[in-house]
Design a protein around this ligand. Structure first.
Ligand code: ADP
Ligand code: MG
Length: 340
């Protein structure tokens, strides 16, 4: 690797690996030595491959942000406090030098890591003849129980943080621009920019995840494959069904402008589009006030979009979808399907 693996690691160490909470020994030895201080560990890993999970010409700043954000979002969905990360980098050997690339990459990583006080504690760096690949491991801490996908119960309200569908609409625009299959959308440059920012730099809902868990919420999942697909994971794991009001799904002002009056667009973006990284929470009505308050205290939108139903009530479909109180058909595809 031009520039040298060790020079690159030295840069990562000085810019991103400075002493953090609970880091007894960070980047530089054979392994990191971390102190969970009597709490319990939650661990997650996500791998992103150029051309498959991101466009190869993405800005390194945005790539770093996203690689970290998707992992922090998994910790958020468990109700954990994010603490440490490990970064696996497989860099194409054909690139002449990673100097400028790394600088921008570290800027994006740092912007998000500082927001949540997450320290880069180690990783691995290799050259590859394949595409640029990033693998991030995130470690978080919990005191008591985590939020699990198999813990939804009949009568629970289904809540969603923030808004849904922006990233999917932005992806359609980006695909169209690149002459690949997308969805024809007309929007202003400002709208486009707002949607694109949500696609490139998702906001992990760590504070709300932690607050929800300490309010007593036992069931959550982060929404990465598409709302319906991820809700489907909860329903399958919990052995339940759900009612979802399509017209209750929270939309950003930009997306509302494009989709509010068009059920087809609502189905395509907020209902089944992926990459939102919002939280889906299921909680009994007795927790509604506390949850609303937790969200309001953090200036975060939180919307009730449906209810968990028992497995055996009435129709056999796992989800009953309504639009303006009328039952409407479910889409054939519920979200992003992983090829493997
Ligand atoms: P070893 O050969 O013992 O695995 P390495 O030379 O791979 O050690 O790494 C040296 C140190 O640099 C280790 O502390 C490792 O965690 C850290 N490191 C290597 N690559 C990265 C990376 N991409 N991000 C963060 N830390 C890294
Ligand atoms: Mg190594």
């Amino acid at each position: 690797m031009a520039g040298g693996e060790f020079a690159l690691i030295a840069q990562l160490r000085s810019r991103l690996g400075t002493a953090g909470k609970g880091v007894r020994l960070g980047i530089g030895d054979d392994a990191a030595w971390l102190d969970p201080a009597g709490r319990q560990l939650v661990a997650t890993m996500d791998t992103l491959v150029a051309g498959r999970h991101f466009f190869s010409d993405v800005r390194p700043y945005d790539l770093a942000w996203k690689a970290l954000a998707v992992n922090l979002s998994d910790l958020a969905a468990m109700g954990a406090e994010a603490r440490w990360c490990l970064l696996g980098l497989a860099l194409p050997s054909r690139a002449a030098s990673y100097g400028a690339w790394l600088e921008d990459f570290m800027g994006g990583w740092r912007a998000l890591a500082e927001r949540h006080d997450v320290t880069l504690a180690g990783g691995d760096t290799v050259a590859t003849d394949g595409p640029l690949t990033l693998s991030v491991t995130a470690l978080g801490l919990v005191d008591r129980s985590v939020m699990r996908r198999d813990a939804a119960r009949p009568g629970d309200r289904i809540w969603v943080t923030g808004s849904l569908g922006d990233a999917a609409a932005a992806l359609d625009l980006a695909l169209m621009e690149r002459g690949r299959e997308g969805h024809r959308v007309l929007c202003s440059a400002t709208q486009r920019e707002a949607l694109e920012a949500r696609r490139l730099r998702p906001t992990p809902r760590l504070e709300l995840g932690e607050a929800a868990a300490s309010c007593g919420v036992r069931c959550a999942l982060d929404c990465s494959d598409g709302f319906l697909a991820d809700l489907g994971h909860i329903l399958e794991a919990s052995g339940a069904r759900a009612h979802v009001a399509l017209d209750a799904l929270p939309l950003s002002p930009e997306l509302a402008d494009l989709a509010r009056t068009d059920p087809e667009r609502l189905r395509r973006w907020p209902l089944t589009g992926g990459d939102d990284y919002e939280l889906i929470l299921c909680a009994p009505p007795s927790l509604s006030a506390a949850l609303r308050q937790a969200a309001a205290a953090r200036g975060l939108r939180l919307t009730a979009v449906g209810r968990i139903l028992p497995a055996d009530s009435g129709s056999s479909a796992a989800v009953i979808l309504t639009w303006r109180d009328q039952v409407v058909p479910l889409p054939a595809v519920w979200g992003h399907v992983h090829a493997l």
